[in-house]
Write a protein that binds this ligand. Structure first.
Ligand SMILES: Nc1nc2c(ncn2[C@@H]2O[C@H](COP(=O)(O)OP(=O)(O)OP(=O)(O)O)[C@@H](O)[C@H]2O)c(=O)[nH]1
Ligand SMILES: [Mg+2]
Length: 744
């Protein structure tokens, strides 16, 4: 229903641009702390002569939807084209230039982006022509070895919202899309250590930038996008100023590997390999492999699915509730196979599906699809907004319901009353909560290298991984644990920690051992290095074992490998047999190595990995039947907040703009779920404002004719109509009872 028609009803408010607010504002307007909505930048003329470089047409896209009939056919328009590239022969023919492409259900289409790239848009779901979810959209540069161009664009195209005849817009969700305010410089947050192969990670500039936060080593740089001759557009640090109001900038990974799939990232050793491949010595110099260097923290966005809208049924079918189902939930789950936050570099947004809308034909649509964010053991989850610690997830298999999906809106059947048998009212689905999250991986090495000081622990780590810890011929060289990623095979990796040397009495706090012991409690397997050149290697071995036991019996219960080191030294090799026999007598089969000469180290790695695999399996099995604690407190708190009574609100008055803002969880939720399409909604809204005291409070506080009143996404103009013109609520409330939403 048009806003004008609504406004005509007797009501103290003139509804003011409800439609505009609903569409525009909800997406772009008031940015609450957890609302980093991202849209594609506004359309630009398709660049037919993009030789000039600058912000190229290839760097953004906007896809207004022309029509979405029931057949789920979508027309996409205004695909920008890639710059003409005279130097490099196009590997594929141009596939359309600002072309209109059609997309049929279940089909993948290639939409023209120009000679060097294409987009794949698999259509996922098109329930009733009202909302469409379109799958991943990837624009890729065809691989051109030697030309310096790698894949350059990668975006997720997701929910397509629209209510019937309104103009629909495709929401392009890319983690690299962010907004800039008019006249403001685009800002990007990039890690301080910016290697050539680092991705430029761009966050929403409006969101949660806490410049005082010393812990996050981020610096802010402006962003410039440019072309290199003959190469795909690259993101570079520079300056870029947008003029349009709330423009957005899309920044692509400069170095995106176009063979990788967004959600299918398993090669944990990715960076290290790449470093090696490209001969990037820098990562090694920093002492920690790239995997650990950059990716022990991550920032992600999670949104639970919106509830489906309820529908109004006019026909006299029997008992069709027409309520919408609820939106999908967001879970966080510990995946024992993961050992870094690296995958979140490629995958930042986690959105649960929205509930299908109720409709005349289908009784109850499908609940929105849940989404599970998989994190490695040892992940601490904080809200980016305020840094509150929400979860500490240590054990594989742990699963927390983080964001509950929005409740489905009720259909008109739910509003039937004695006087109104076929009410023209239905609720909209409740919006799913959303938030940005900071993830931090606490040190959880799979394997801990333990041993007496100077035994050669750091040396061992340095030869089995890319880590370059300090090595020196004196005790307590290592002050903090060093981490290295050891890869045995393409899909077999483990994180190994070289821990500070352990001294007799460590369990009582001597030396540096205590800190290390705390860390080693989280390791699954221990590698115990014994200095073969020590006076009495077997005594040293026993002493260290004792320290472990005194600190925590769980440490000696961990599977371990004993490694006799420095076999290249004569005094060590001479005593090897004695040592070996002593241990064999205890049922232990030690390994001998010369770490410095890299002899025997592979056997140690394989032995440790074998134990690790067994241990992972064991943990997995025990997790399956062990009781899991309640980790759903975040979701519980959200649910509780949603149940806030409608009469708990505050009103803020801005004299300058003559604006009254009503703030309250219950009333805002009510507004959000009100579907203005239906005529009875207005009446119900009116009742609500009367009954919960908003009108009364406004009058008491002196609201004037023409003042603006804002509740949630709704903006209205106060209209001082004489009371008699309005239906008398006071008389009617009892029999024509207001039906409050059943929260929770
Ligand atoms: N000859 C010989 N020397 C070794 C070998 N492995 C390590 N070393 C030497 O032993 C000394 C100590 O090595 P590190 O790796 O620093 O020993 P660590 O166990 O990490 O020592 P802390 O960190 O102090 O506990 C260094 O001088 C190494 O060069 C080996 O296989 N043979
Ligand atoms: Mg050391």
């Amino acid at each position: 229903m048009a806003p004008a028609a609504i406004a005509a009803a007797a009501f103290p408010f003139r509804l003011f641009s409800a439609e505009a607010r609903r569409d525009g504002r909800s997406a772009r307007g008031k940015r609450s702390s957890a609302r980093p909505l991202k849209y594609a930048p506004p359309p630009r003329p398709p660049s037919s002569s993009s030789a000039g470089g600058g912000v190229a047409a290839t760097t953004f896209t906007r896809l207004p939807l022309r029509d979405a009939p029931e057949s789920a056919e979508v027309t996409l328009d205004r695909f920008p084209t890639a710059p003409a590239n005279p130097e490099t022969p196009a590997p594929a023919p141009a596939r359309g230039n600002n072309g209109v492409q059609r997309l049929d259900d279940e089909e993948e289409f290639e939409v023209g982006l120009g000679p060097t790239s294409f987009a794949q848009i698999p259509l996922r779901e098109s329930p009733d022509g009202v909302e469409l979810t379109i799958g991943q959209f990837e624009a890729r540069a065809a691989a051109r070895k030697g030309a310096g161009g790698r894949g350059f664009a990668r975006q997720m195209v997701e929910h397509l919202h629209g209510d019937g005849d309104e103009e629909e817009e495709l929401v392009v969700n890319s983690r690299d899309v962010f907004e800039v305010k008019k006249g403001r410089k685009a800002r990007a947050l990039v890690p301080e250590v910016l290697d050539d192969d680092d991705d430029v990670v761009v966050f929403d500039p409006d969101y949660g930038v806490d410049s005082d936060d010393d812990e996050e080593e981020f610096d802010m740089f402006p962003i410039k996008q440019s072309h290199e001759a003959g190469a795909a557009p690259r993101t570079e640090l520079g300056e870029l100023e947008y003029d349009e109001e709330e423009d957005e900038v899309v920044v692509f990974h400069p170095d995106y590997d176009d063979d990788e799939e967004e959600d299918d990232f398993e090669d944990d050793d990715y960076d290290e390999e790449e470093d090696a491949e490209e001969g990037d010595g820098e990562a090694k110099e920093k002492g920690v492999p790239a995997v650990m260097r950059c990716f022990d923290t991550a920032k992600i966005f999670a949104k639970a699915g919106d509830g489906g809208n309820g529908a109004v049924a006019f026909r006299r079918e029997k008992y069709v509730p027409y309520g919408g189902p609820s939106g999908g939930d967001v879970y966080v789950q510990v995946d024992g196979e993961m050992n870094s936050l690296l995958p979140f570099r490629k995958s930042v947004h986690f959105r649960a599906g929205r509930g299908a809308h109720g409709s005349g034909q289908q009784q109850a649509g499908a609940k929105g699809e849940d989404v599970v964010v998989k994190v490695p053991p040892g992940t601490v989850v904080r809200s980016s907004d305020g840094g509150v610690e929400l979860l500490e997830l240590m054990k594989p298999g742990q699963r927390a319901l983080l964001l509950p999906g929005g409740r489905g809106g009720r259909g008109n059947a739910a509003f039937k009353s004695g006087t109104n048998k076929v009410p023209r009212i239905a609720e909209k689905g409740e919006k799913g909560p959303e938030m940005w999250l900071d993830l931090e991986l606490k040190l959880v090495a799979d394997v801990g290298i333990v041993g007496a000081p100077n035994a050669g622990k750091s040396t061992l780590l340095s030869v089995i991984s890319a880590a370059k810890p300090t090595i020196a011929n004196y005790p307590f060289t290592t002050l903090l644990p060093n981490l290295g990623v050891v890869s045995l095979d393409f899909d077999a990796t483990m994180v190994v920690a070289d821990l500070p040397g352990l001294l007799e009495g460590a369990h009582r706090g001597y030396g540096l051992g205590y800190e290390f012991l705390r860390h080693s409690e989280r390791c699954s397997v221990l590698v115990h290095v014994v200095d073969g050149s020590a006076q009495q290697p077997d005594y040293e071995f026993e002493a260290v074992r004792l320290e472990l036991e005194l600190f925590s019996p769980s440490l000696v219960d961990k599977p371990y490998v004993v490694v006799y080191n420095k076999m290249d030294l004569p005094e060590a090799s001479e005593r090897w047999n004695i040592f070996r026999e002593k241990l064999q007598a205890q049922g232990i089969e030690p390994y001998c190595i010369s770490a410095i000469n890299r002899q025997g180290t592979q056997d140690v790695i394989h032995a440790a990995y074998k134990l690790l695999k067994k241990e992972r399996q064991r943990i997995k099995e025990t997790e399956e039947w062990s009781e899991t604690e309640n980790l759903n407190h975040v979701s519980d708190a959200i649910k509780k907040e949603r149940r806030a009574p409608m009469n708990e609100f505050e009103i803020f008055h801005d004299k300058g703009t003559k604006t009254w803002t009503v703030v309250g969880g219950g009333i805002e939720r009510f507004v959000q779920m009100t579907n203005w399409q239906y005529s009875d909604s207005l009446k119900r809204f009116q009742h609500a404002l009367e009954a919960c005291g908003v009108n009364r409070t406004l009058i008491k506080r002196g609201v004037k004719e023409g003042d603006t009143v804002i509740i949630g996404e709704m903006e209205m103009v106060w209209n001082d109509e004489p009371k008699s013109n309005r239906p008398s609520n006071t008389m009617n409330t009892k029999d024509d009872a207001v039906r409050w939403p059943e929260f929770g």
